[in-house]
Design a protein around this ligand. Structure first.
Ligand code: CU
Length: 188
């Protein structure tokens, strides 16, 4: 449709041809921006934000020293951002499998299970990871964890950010909750 309106003008005097070309350009641009999403300035900044450092830190991070094949990471997740963030997964080179767990007490026995939906840290708030409660479970340990060891743990959040934290090995006699109803440890 733009061809039929532009070409008669273009055939007129040379002085008009320039403004006709300018008109055609304007029409072309107008059509292009109509077919693509106009609010293109918002999306790149959101992407840049996602690639920023995690708004969440894990303070006072420690991992229970053990010779066994399971341990857990504790500490305080602090969200300094303005949006709620969920810890979705974690990993460490020393464990074959890492899960986010919560502890529930049934018939006086503490049992751990996977925390569905991850661990939410509300904007400006903290979420505690502590023995007998929410924790990051390390399974299939590839080597013993000794007090004073520094274990690298990588946390992945719902906003796409990741955080690598050095976690300190610490001797602790608690945190022996059963897993999946296993009867080996008596809990607290
Ligand atoms: Cu656990």
């Amino acid at each position: 449709m733009s061809v039929s309106t532009v070409s008669p003008i273009r055939r007129a005097a040379t002085g008009v041809a320039i403004s006709a070309a300018a008109l055609a350009l304007a029409l072309g641009l107008g059509l292009t921006s109509c077919s693509s999403t106009p609010a293109s300035s918002e999306k790149p900044s959101a992407t840049a934000e996602q690639q920023q450092k995690a708004p969440v830190e894990l303070a006072d991070a420690w991992v229970k020293a053990t010779d066994g094949d399971m341990s857990a990471v504790f500490g305080t997740l602090k969200n300094s951002g303005s949006s709620d963030v969920t810890l979705e997964s974690a990993s460490t080179p020393i464990a074959g499998m890492v899960e986010l767990h919560e502890t529930i007490v049934e018939n006086g026995t503490a049992t751990m299970r996977k925390k569905e939906g991850g661990i939410k840290i509300p904007a400006g708030k903290t979420a505690a990871l502590e023995p007998g409660s929410t924790h990051i479970m390390l399974m299939d340990l590839k080597k013993p964890v000794k007090a004073g060891d520094e274990v690298p743990v990588t946390l992945k959040f719902s906003d796409g950010s990741t955080l690598e934290v050095p976690v300190l090995g610490k001797a602790f006699s608690g945190a022996n909750e059963n897993y999946d109803g296993g009867a080996e440890h008596a809990g607290h």
